[in-house]
Design a protein around this ligand. Structure first.
Ligand code: PXP
Length: 243
């Protein structure tokens, strides 16, 4: 089965918000990424609105032709926004997706996976609301077996394994990802991965963890796009994830 590439375009909006102007437009980035082979467009609507804005979300939900993957914290505010913007699905009838992530005020980027063991009831209730609205649900999880097992929740059809430690520590952190991916597969949960992935550290992961069917990559693609263009930056990684 071909693996899917989700392109996170948050940092196009970061660049725009640095000057509080109209450009660069994340919607243009989404179109270019899709034309270059992205299978999914990912954005994180943060509580502090540091990059993606509410209006971007509405425009993306009606523009994206593949699937929009919205990362949010499991709060009432965010769930209501997600249902209003994504509940109708893509123009081709495909449902959009929400990935639930933890959020800490002031963090530079998402710092770890959800604590599903601790917050299982809240996550299960949030998932039920989203699924009821026709939205697919994924959970961002550290490669920790107890967390993976706790993610076996009605309506959760995918987990995204946090690869931050692998990005920092390299090959010695890969065994935990392999074990986590195999555990999820045995629970019949699809496995995505993301955070800190680059064209340097991606090939080993693709080779060693065939259970991963989707990669969500943002900062390194947008950074590389500054030099080689977004089309090339996306095409290169889309080819790389096929191994
Ligand atoms: N997946 C999740 C759940 C994230 O929060 C992020 C960062 O926003 C990413 C993937 C992408 O990480 P990076 O920007 O480091 O590629």
């Amino acid at each position: 089965m071909p693996r899917r590439l989700g392109v996170n375009i948050d940092h196009i909006a970061t660049l725009r918000q640095a000057r509080m102007v109209q450009y660069p437009d994340p919607i243009a980035a989404a179109v270019i990424a899709e034309l270059a082979g992205a299978d999914q467009i990912t954005v994180h609507l943060r509580t502090d609105r540091r990059h993606i804005q509410d209006a971007d979300l509405d425009r993306l939900a009606s523009t994206v032709q593949t699937q929009l993957n919205l990362e949010i914290a499991a709060t009432d505010e965010m769930v209501n926004i997600a249902i209003a913007a994504l509940g109708k699905g893509a123009s081709n009838g495909r449902p959009h997706r929400v990935t639930l992530v933890p959020e800490r005020e002031g963090e530079i980027t998402t710092e770890g996976g959800l604590d599903v063991v601790k917050h299982r009831e809240l996550i299960a209730a949030t998932t039920a609301q989203l699924v009821q609205a026709g939205i697919q649900v994924s959970l961002f999880i550290d490669p920790d077996i107890a967390q993976i097992e706790a993610s076996n929740i009605d309506g959760v059809d995918m987990i995204e394994i946090n690869t931050a430690r692998y990005a920092e520590q390299g090959p010695k952190a890969i065994d935990a990802i392999i074990e986590a991916a195999q555990t999820a597969m045995h629970l019949d949960i699809e496995v995505a991965a993301g955070h800190g992935l680059t064209h340097h550290n991606l090939p080993l992961l693709v080779e060693m963890v065939p259970e991963i069917t989707e990669y969500n990559i943002g900062h390194s693609i947008i950074s590389r796009a500054v030099f080689v263009g977004l089309d090339t930056a996306v095409r290169d990684l889309a080819a790389m994830i096929q191994g």
